[in-house]
Design a protein around this ligand. Sequence first.
Ligand SMILES: [Zn+2]
Length: 125
Amino acid sequence: MAHELVCWKCGASLAELTLPLRRLEECPQCHAELHVCRMCEWYSIAVAKHCREPVAEEVKDKERANFCDYFKPRPNAYQLPNSEATKARSDLEALFGKQPAGSVTPQPDATAAARAQLDELFRKK
Ligand SMILES: [Zn+2]
């Protein structure tokens, strides 16, 4: 099964692992356990217990292999350290760059201008 998972801890590609991940699967590079909250689709620090799945039992240690039945590996689980600026920028780029086809009239000039301004902003830090 093709997938594009990366290690939540070091960002190494996990393409050679087959899905579903076994409970004791670990990263070939840093040997972090992978069946963990940090690697999970439902993981979110914005909600109570850091899990968006309301039924799942609370898992105390988000970085150790869990027995959670709701575990679902999440692509892009890896977060670059100190990536707020990077994330803000990619969010903006997503906004400007990936408008759904057909829903809005494309305005290439306005988009390009806004983008140039953004580039300027980020360069000045
Ligand atoms: Zn790793």
